[in-house]
Ligand binder design. Structure first.
Ligand code: IPM
Ligand code: MN
Length: 354
């Protein structure tokens, strides 16, 4: 029998608390679905950085390559300057492991409040496929005459044919697999202004679309998408977009599905032997750390995504169903401290509901 080998990076702040609940659920569902797994803990994050001045120790990435997947709690520490952990840990792992897809399911679970008036679970159920290795995130740029009145700063968006094609192809495949009656893939970009980089995306999208005649190839400018997502979220089935726009619209989408307590994401390398990493979207939430009040649903949701991607589709569906049962019939709210239960009690409720 295959043993699922997981690397666990609980990380900072409330990361360890929500990771505990996700692992509790993993243990319970593995018992029910009869699969085996093995956990290896890594202490990467702010505390370690403050001690060692290292975000990822030498050889860490090669160590992580040996696992089937990675579960990440949260990175971000109030005593570490912004950018250090984000770039040195999270983005470094995404790039080095070539996790070229950032997958963000946007699904309003039963009982979860959305800020959109008159919209319910039937209206908010789409998925965003964000390119995860290029664009403004590639770190190309620099300063000229820094700290002088003549200072110039540049930050370059880099798009490659290979990078957008593999992402677009993944999104078409996913749209086919989702089998939503809409069967529509919307490219979100800004072709009217970014006439080089997004022209490459547009042309690649049109070409790849020819291989998927069963899927409607749709296009929105990113600014229009922001309006539409709030006004008519039911319009969307699957969205594919560039890294920077994807970062922004998935936070907008995350709030539509009930916020950071619920939203989860996967950094996926779909290639053979690729190592993917799953995380709740909430961040390290320093002010709630150690209080047992943070919402673990996002982390449990991320665990369900991990199981699905690892081929444990029955276990993943079981966890997803349990989440919906608990949000729909038990929890008062998805906000930290207002759930009607503690962090660990929500984890217990999910285990009972499995
Ligand atoms: C996300 C986060 C990261 C990003 C940050 C922490 C670097 O906002 O996963 O969306 O911008 O990709
Ligand atoms: Mn983000």
């Amino acid at each position: 029998m295959n043993v699922l080998k997981l690397a666990v990076i609980p990380g900072d702040g409330t990361g360890p608390e929500v990771t505990n609940e996700a692992l509790k659920v993993l243990k319970a569902v593995a018992g029910k679905e009869n699969f085996q797994y093995e956990l290896t803990n890594f202490d990467f994050g702010g505390e370690r950085y403050l001690r060692t001045k290292e975000t990822l120790p030498k050889g860490a990435v090669d160590e992580l390559r040996k696992f089937d997947a990675i579960f990440l709690g949260a990175v971000g520490h109030p005593d570490v300057p912004p950018g250090v952990l984000e770039k040195g840990l999270l983005l470094e792992l995404r790039f080095q492991l070539d996790q070229y897809i950032n997958l963000r399911p946007v699904k309003l679970f039963p009982g979860v409040e959305t800020p959109l008036a008159g919209k319910g679970p039937a209206d908010i159920d789409f998925i965003v496929v964000r390119e995860n290795t290029e664009d403004l995130y590639c770190g190309v740029g620099g300063f000229l005459k820094k700290n002088t009145p003549d200072e110039v700063a540049s930050q370059t968006a880099v798009y490659t044919r290979k990078g957008c094609e593999r992402c677009i192809r993944y999104a078409f495949e996913l749209t086919r697999k989702r089998n939503n009656p809409k069967k529509m893939l919307t490219l979100v970009a800004k072709t009217n202004v970014l006439t080089f980089g997004h022209d490459l995306w547009w042309r690649t999208f049109q070409e790849v679309a020819k291989e998927y005649p069963d899927i409607k190839a749709d296009y929105n400018h990113v600014d229009a998408c922001c309006m539409w997502m709030v006004k008519n979220p039911e319009y969307y089935d699957v969205i594919v977009t560039t890294n920077m726009f994807g970062d922004i619209i998935t936070d907008l989408a995350g709030i539509l599905q009930g916020g950071m307590g619920v939203a989860a994401g996967g950094n996926i390398n779909p290639d053979k032997g690729g190592v993917s990493m799953f995380e709740p979207m909430g961040g390290s939430a320093p002010k709630y750390t150690g209080l047992n009040v943070i919402n673990p649903i996002a982390a449990i949701n991320a665990m369900s995504m991990l199981l699905d991607q690892q081929g444990q589709t029955k276990a993943a569906a079981r966890v997803m169903k349990a989440i919906q049962h608990v949000t729909g019939t038990k929890m008062k709210s998805q906000a930290a401290g207002k759930m009607g239960y503690s962090t660990s009690q929500v984890g217990d409720l999910i285990c009972e509901a499995l």
